[in-house]
Design a protein around this ligand. Structure first.
Ligand code: PHE
Length: 355
């Protein structure tokens, strides 16, 4: 019998399978999906399929395996009614259907883990508005009036939409916040050092949606301001963060970078947690992945927010939660986090990805 005929025959067998006792359920599993099971042995034969047919057969066989598994689970959970022809009266002793419990969204899980790591070293959580004014999102953070990040290309403006109107007070322009650094400006304006806080939240940028970019994502940004805060403390804090989330074997390194609100600024790389630095697709064979931006708060920013830069110094950092989730859960396509397909969402638990 050809492979195709055998697949069809098996499809029919799976659909018609019925089991009344736990032994019968187990017998079905062993005969189909066990090490020498019919479905399993088909996969052995797959090696011989001509390469131009591999795609089609591969798909059909995966489907077959999934339906065998699904059928087995149905029978196991006692909801199997058997083939329609054999259905008799309802058996009142049959166990009730299990109730399915919801699960946290993977981004919520990761965000909470990040918050917990910083809470342990004394960081509070601060929140602010998602519709933000120019002052908090840009000006106070030292973005020059003609900085490209203010451009329509990156920012979703809320009002006024026509910014060419000279009459409008630039500080009153409203936009969807492009980062949660805006929250840190609010905290600095409203409190006195020492300040140790993180601001988790949703941010928006006008990007085309693809597997690697989305027009909205989540950040956790951190801020520490006190007397004598040093770059060494920044590095120590981020090393502690990376090891707390990804385990004791990861290392971080810093590369000089530029942000208008920090000086000096750095990009933080972590040794690739997926291949342990050996090189893989995720780290593009470099052994390192970028995880966040950071730097010492620019004295001009402290001043803009009413903090005396001659007395105080500080550091700040900011990361994308999706990026951290991607490295933890190995989900390469960012769009999946927004589709809310329950089959995707229920795979995540507070511990790790149930692979
Ligand atoms: N706000 C920056 C961003 O959104 C991240 C950052 C925060 C960089 C703090 C340095 C210091 O990309």
């Amino acid at each position: 019998m050809s492979l195709k005929d055998r697949i069809e025959k098996l499809e029919a067998e799976i659909a018609a399978a019925a089991a009344k006792t736990a032994e019968e359920v187990e017998r079905f599993r062993v005969s189909m999906l066990g090490r020498n099971g019919t479905v399993t042995s088909l996969f052995e034969e797959f090696k011989q399929v001509a390469s131009e047919e591999k795609r089609e057969f591969g798909q059909r066989m995966n489907k077959l395996k999934q339906s065998a598994q699904a059928r087995w689970e149905e029978m196991k959970s006692g909801i199997d009614q058997g083939p329609a022809s054999e259905q008799g009266e309802t058996d009142p002793t049959r166990p009730a259907l299990g109730e399915s419990v919801g699960s946290l969204h993977p981004i919520s899980i990761v965000r909470q883990r990040i918050i917990d790591v910083f809470a342990r070293i004394g960081y509070t959580v601060s929140q602010g508005p998602e519709v933000e004014d120019d002052h908090h999102n840009f000006s106070a953070l030292n973005f020059a009036p003609d900085h490209p990040a203010r451009d329509m290309q990156d920012t979703f403006f809320v009002e006024p939409l026509d910014r060419s109107n000279q009459e409008i007070d630039p500080a009153k322009v409203l936009a969807l916040r492009t980062h949660t650094s805006s929250v840190q400006v609010r905290v600095m304006e409203n409190s006195k050092p020492p300040i140790r806080t993180i601001s988790p939240g949703r941010v928006y940028r006008n990007e085309a949606i693809s597997a690697r970019a989305h027009c909205m994502f989540h950040q956790v940004e951190g801020l520490y301001v006190d007397k004598g805060v040093s770059f060494a403390e920044l590095k120590g804090t981020l090393d502690y963060f990376a090891k707390s989330i990804f385990g004791p074997n990861v290392a971080i390194r810093m590369r000089p970078s530029y942000f208008p609100f920090t000086e000096p600024s750095a990009e933080v790389d972590m040794s690739c947690s997926i291949c342990e630095g050996k090189g893989c697709n995720v780290c593009k064979h470099s052994g390192w992945v970028e995880i966040m931006g950071c730097g010492m708060v620019d004295p001009a920013v402290l001043k803009n927010c009413g903090i005396d830069p001659d007395v105080y110094s500080g550091f700040a950092f900011g990361m994308g939660v999706e990026r951290i989730a991607q490295l933890l859960y190995r989900v390469p396509d960012l769009r999946l986090y927004w589709e809310n397909d329950v089959r995707f969402l229920e795979q995540f638990s507070d511990g790790a990805f149930r692979a």
